[in-house]
Design a protein around this ligand. Structure first.
Ligand SMILES: Nc1ncnc2c1ncn2[C@@H]1O[C@H](COP(=O)(O)OP(=O)(O)O)[C@@H](O)[C@H]1O
Ligand SMILES: O=P(O)(O)OC[C@H]1O[C@](O)(COP(=O)(O)O)[C@@H](O)[C@@H]1O
Length: 308
C-alpha cells in the first residue's frame, strides 16, 4: 500500500485574470477550489491511475472538511488527523503570462495532534511505501520528517520524499526510494547555477552517493533526468498548451511510485512519472488515466552519459 503524508495540506483557490494590476481592484473571470498540498496531490494522481493509496496528514476547519469530502467523493481513501486549527488556503493566480502562488502558513498543532498522527504509522509493514511531500508546519519543528522516516524504516517500509533545501540532504542517509528536486531546488541546495543539462550530472550523482536510491531532476518544460546507480536517462519534454502547472512535480512522483509499486521497473516508473507530470500541466485539474496514457505514448527516453 502507498501512503501519502501531507503535514500542511491546503485548499488551493485558483483565480484567473487576463492581467493583474497592483493597487487596483481586479475582478476575476474564473475561480476554482481543489484539495491541495503535495502529498494530497500525489494521492489524487495515484487514484487517477487506480493505484490504491491512503492520504495521511493534519486537517481542520471548514477547509479541512472540504478537502476530506472532495477526496472521498473522488474515491480517495483518507485517514487524516483532525486538528482544532484551520487548514490553510493557498491562492493560485493565473494570468495570460504568469502563474503566481500566495501560500499561507497553516495551523499550529498540539502534542496531542502529533501523538494521534503518529499512531497511523503503527501498522506499516514491509512492501509499503510512504511518500512525504511539502512543508512542515512550524509547530512540528525542523526535524519532524526525520522522526517519521525512522518510524517507516523501523517497520521495513520504503519512503519517497519531495522537500526542498538542506532538509532534503539530511534524509538521504536513510536511503529514500526516490527524490525529485526540480532544477531550481537543486541549484539552491548546492549553491550553483546550471546553464545546460550536462551541468546537472555531477549533482544528480552526488545525491545518489549521499544515499538516494533513485533521483529524478525535473526541469519543467525542458523534461527530466533520472539518475540510477547504473545509468542516467533523459526524458524529452512533450510540447503542448500549459493549462495549470500546480502539482506537476507531485504528479511526477506519484506516477513514478504508481508504476514502481507494481513492476519495480525504474525506467518504466520514470516514464510514467514524466507522463503524469506532462498530463498534469496540460490539464486544468487532475488528468484522466486515458490522457495520461496518451502522454505516456509520446514520452521519449534516451540513455545519456553516466555523468562520471
Ligand atoms: N512547460 C512544461 N511543458 C511540458 N512538461 C512540463 C512543463 N512543466 C512541467 N512539465 C512536466 O512536469 C514535470 C515536473 O515539473 P517541474 O516544474 O519541473 O516540477 P515542480 O512542480 O516540482 O517544480 C516536468 O519534468 C515535466 O515532465
Ligand atoms: O507544502 P508546500 O510546499 O507549502 O506546498 C503546498 C502547495 O503545493 C501544491 O501541492 C503544489 O505543488 P507543486 O509545487 O508541485 O506545484 C499545492 O497544491 C499546494 O498549495
Amino acid at each position: 500500500m502507498i501512503f501519502t503524508v501531507t503535514l500542511n495540506p491546503a485548499l488551493d483557490y485558483f483565480m484567473e485574470y487576463h492581467e493583474l494590476e497592483n493597487g487596483l481592484v481586479n475582478r476575476t473571470k474564473l475561480t476554482r477550489m481543489t484539495p491541495g498540498g503535495k502529498g494530497i496531490m500525489e494521492s489524487r494522481m495515484l487514484s487517477s491511475l487506480d493505484v490504491p493509496n491512503t492520504a495521511l496528514g493534519f486537517i481542520g476547519g471548514f477547509t479541512g472538511k472540504f478537502i476530506r469530502e472532495s477526496l472521498e467523493q473522488q474515491g480517495i481513501k483518507t485517514d487524516f488527523t483532525q486538528v482544532f486549527g484551520q487548514t490553510r488556503i493557498n491562492v493560485k493566480i493565473k494570468t495570460r503570462s504568469d502563474e503566481t502562488s500566495l501560500d499561507a502558513a497553516g495551523p499550529d498543532l498540539t502534542s496531542e495532534d502529533v501523538n494521534n498522527f503518529l499512531t497511523k504509522f503503527d501498522t506499516l509493514q514491509e512492501g509499503d511505501i510512504v511518500a512525504f511531500a511539502g512543508t512542515v508546519p512550524k509547530s512540528l519543528g525542523e526535524n519532524f520528517y526525520d522522526l517519521l522516516i525512522r518510524l517507516v524504516k523501523t517497520r521495513g517500509a520504503e519512503f519517497a520524499i519531495d522537500i526542498d533545501g538542506q532538509k532534503l540532504l539530511k534524509t538521504l542517509l536513510m536511503k529514500p526510494l526516490i527524490i525529485k528536486p526540480n532544477v531550481e531546488e537543486l541549484e539552491e541546495i548546492f549553491s550553483v547555477k546550471f546553464s545546460k543539462k550536462d551541468d546537472i550530472f555531477p549533482y544528480g550523482q552526488k545525491l545518489l552517493s549521499m544515499g538516494a536510491q533513485n533521483v529524478i531532476v525535473s526541469m519543467a518544460g525542458d523534461g527530466a533526468l533520472l539518475f540510477t546507480k547504473e545509468k542516467v536517462y533523459f526524458a524529452q519534454p512533450v510540447k503542448g498548451i500549459i493549462k495549470n502547472s500546480v502539482g506537476a512535480g507531485d504528479s511526477t512522483v506519484a506516477g513514478f511510485l504508481a508504476e514502481w509499486s507494481q513492476s519495480h521497473d525504474v525506467l518504466t516508473a520514470f516514464k510514467q512519472g514524466v507522463a503524469c507530470g506532462t498530463a498534469k500541466v496540460f490539464s486544468e485539474d487532475m488528468p484522466s488515466a486515458r490522457f495520461i496514457q496518451k502522454c505516456y505514448e509520446q514520452i521519449k527516453i534516451e540513455e545519456v552519459s553516466n555523468g562520471d
